[in-house]
Design a binder for this molecule. Sequence first.
Ligand code: NAD
Length: 492
Amino acid sequence: NLPLSVPITLPNGVTYEQPTGLFINNEFVTPAQKKTFEVISPSTEEEITHVYEAREEDVDSAVSAAQAAFDGGWSGADPAVRAKALNKIADLIEENAETFAHIEALDNGKSLMNSRGDVALSVGCFRSSAGYADKFNGSLIETGDSHFSYTRKEPLGVCGQIIPWNFPLLMFTWKVGPAIATNNTIVLKTSETTPLSALYLCKLIQENNVLPPGVLNVVNGFGKITGNAILDHPTIKKVAFTGSTATGKHIMARAAQTLKKVTLELGGKSPHIIFGDADLDIAVNNVITGIFYNSGEVCCAGSRLYVQENIYDEFVKKFVAAAEAVKVGNPFDESVLQGAQNSLNQFTKIMSYIEAGKSEGATLLTGGEKASEKGFFIKPTVFGDVTEDMKIVKEEIFGPVITVHKFKDADDAVRLANNTEYGLAAGIQSTNTNTCIDVARRIRAGTVWVNTYNDFHQSVPFGGFGSSGMGREMGSEVFNNYLQVKAVRQAI
Ligand code: NAD
């Protein structure tokens, strides 16, 4: 008999009320079967709370609520109403920024330093969606005959959204803001390991009457039951998914049975190229951010490092020293960059890749071990002497593990960088502008960072080429995920 709200005391001493139910029709409810699951803190391995688990019948209730809200007026809600709601959500996150940052660090294991960045970007993204709410216009088409022809941009209806655990609040924001801005209604499934921040935001939305009932519905649960119930539901018109490439393939195949539109933000194995003319200190710093930020659990992590041969030895020495200086540990220590890995599963998976790297013959330059007795902490890990066919070079590890390779010239770097099925991001460090422009053009990736890395802005679109997915988040591009075009041709 889990209460629908439990008090949680955060490490900063603040106690808040954490909802545990499913958020349907602006109410927190218990699911029909009253099943719950445990949420643990990855940094202590202790239980934080339980939350309720949605099954097929609960997803069905959430979909009914979302369809009723769509039909009951939200599909035609005034742009100013949508913008006001989105700005209010941004205000609520901003006013409770420290609470959100602490919930995120507790639930995900990431450092406070990182979670504060997620919170700030979430605020920016909701404000960006608010600003776009009145800018989805069709066009008048001059056909030169006795017809009046025009297009309208229309919402899709009920959208299913499935998000991962690495940026729980930010992934919620990337999905929910654009769908609300475009008059859609939502059934969103949080990740089974990190449901807390989304539920807390729903509570603030409810208490402040931000949205009409049914516009936003959030269900907790696992992929195989709750996720599949979303994929199979005939009323849901679209699924927006962020997660692994393997699950993305399943999502696309299963959603095809009901011909849902699908957008996928998937995994990566992003190259980071350091040219001999780079400012080495800046480059080292950017490589550190590129791989150890968010404990390496970043889809666009710069996990394949390519260093030009003339600076290879000097750069690798500096980089390994910097990796050894990265502070790993208690996410609530203000000076810690790298917190815990999100779960025992994820920890075990990363450690098995480290073992694979050793047995494949790569040289472990630093790290490769657990960083503390308790909690899922791993030391920043650097492998040298790698070859292109090694598992640790080809597969997404999704942890604080980087491989270092040598290259001769720009052609060699581009060939090595593009030798992947993925195409999410890439980094270039160089002081030669022509090199940067040339290599950025030739790299196959949805984002190229030049003299920076893991550097996001709400106005700049993000998404993948190849096996890294389809569709874009943020910027003006994201709204295409949630609009369809109607053509009207009227005889006059
Ligand atoms: P995951 O694919 O295991 O899970 C993602 C979500 O899908 C979770 O909510 C999970 O419950 C759900 N899910 C799992 N199996 C399902 C199924 N059979 N049917 C329906 N839903 C199912 O991914 P993860 O481990 O949570 O996240 C890490 C992955 O996400 C990494 O590969 C990372 O690169 C990727 N990612 C991509 C982006 C991006 O923008 N491209 C951003 C963040 C994370």
